[in-house]
Design a protein around this ligand. Structure first.
Ligand code: C2E
Ligand code: MG
Ligand code: MG
Ligand code: MG
Length: 292
């Protein structure tokens, strides 16, 4: 009897409180305290010159060390933060952290390269965004040329004047603009002619299927061609294999970001990567070559 009740209870609980919705609830609750509890930190993923393998810049990627669940992916918590508005505070924290990192690298005479920062549409479109950026740059006295903001097509579908003036002001300060996840949003070629975009980042979903689907190859090829014609820099995201790399080199893609060269890494490891002049592709294949 007791066994039966237990079983029924379990069934009821498992259907009402399934783990993932409990986790979602708890994550959102805990996200509010993550900044003050010092649970956020940054990883850096190198972007390399496609033809030489030299690291030319890096993307700052946010990580959350949750006391119970360990590292939570930004793919899980960024959407929650977008929903409850915490993304504003979190976004400012990331920008500030990056500026202070660059400043500390300068002070310690470590290597310095430009850093890209993901900016959510919400943050970008708030009135005080530019002021906040200016304030932190002034505080840290870092060169704005070392900063690139990654925005998505979703940002650009908003109010034309607001977007235009924010981009203009950032450009005047010397900050560069990259269009992230290109091809997955409301891609409009009008954006490319209308706004001062420096860099196009081809989304990983197209790169993944290079040498699998001819259509993806054609899309990647066309984006590279388009970017070159418009004198924009073009970066491939999520490059994992040597086949993908050689295709991208053939198409003269400018820069590569992906596990083939390096996963996102903590600051210390990032600095030691910077001390190597060139990164070598480190896929399974090249590892096997080394062993032979
Ligand atoms: P994203 O901006 O497109 O960043 C690239 C994502 O692709 C990163 O995931 C990176 O780790 C992953 N990636 C890079 N190379 C490879 C590869 O070769 N293979 C695979 N499988 N993945 C690769 P991550 O760090 O999990 O971030 C996911 C997304 O979360 C980011 O996509 C970005 O949209 C968002 N995000 C991360 N940090 C921030 C932040 O500070 N602010 C905002 N607003 N969003 C952020
Ligand atoms: Mg990005
Ligand atoms: Mg991306
Ligand atoms: Mg993304």
């Amino acid at each position: 009897r007791a066994k039966e009740i237990g079983k029924n209870n379990y069934q009821i609980y498992s259907s009402l409180l399934n783990i993932s919705s409990y986790k979602l609830y708890a994550l959102e609750r805990d996200l509010r305290k993550a900044i003050e509890n010092n649970e956020f930190f940054l990883h850096f993923q190198p972007r390399v010159d496609a033809s030489t393998g030299t690291i030319v810049s890096a993307e700052a990627l946010l990580r959350w060390r949750h006391p119970e669940w360990g590292i939570v992916s930004p793919r899980e918590f960024i959407p929650l933060a977008e929903e409850n508005g915490l993304i504003l505070e979190i976004g400012d924290w990331v920008f500030q952290q990056v500026c202070y990192f660059i400043k500390s690298w300068e002070q310690k005479k470590l290597s310095i390269i430009p850093i890209s920062i993901n900016i959510s549409a919400q943050r970008f479109l708030k009135n005080d965004f530019i002021e906040t950026v200016k304030k932190v740059l002034k505080e840290t006295k870092i060169n704005p040329k070392l900063i690139e903001f990654e925005i998505t097509e979703t940002t650009l579908i908003h109010h034309e004047e607001a977007v235009s003036s924010a981009l203009q002001l950032l450009k005047e300060m010397g900050i560069s603009i990259a269009l992230d996840d290109f091809g997955t949003g409301y891609s409009s070629l009008t954006y490319l002619k209308q706004y001062p975009i420096d860099t196009i980042k081809i989304d990983r979903s197209f790169i993944r299927n290079i040498s699998v689907f001819g259509k993806d190859e054609m899309i990647v090829k066309s984006i590279i061609f388009l970017a070159k014609g418009l004198q924009m820099k073009v970066v491939a995201e999520g490059v994992e294999t040597n086949e993908q790399l050689s295709f991208l080199r053939q198409q003269e893609c400018d820069e590569i970001q992906g596990y083939l060269f390096s996963k996102p890494v903590a600051e210390k490891e990032f600095q030691s990567l910077l001390n190597k002049t060139k990164l070598k592709p480190n896929s399974q294949l090249s590892k096997m070559d080394e062993m032979v």
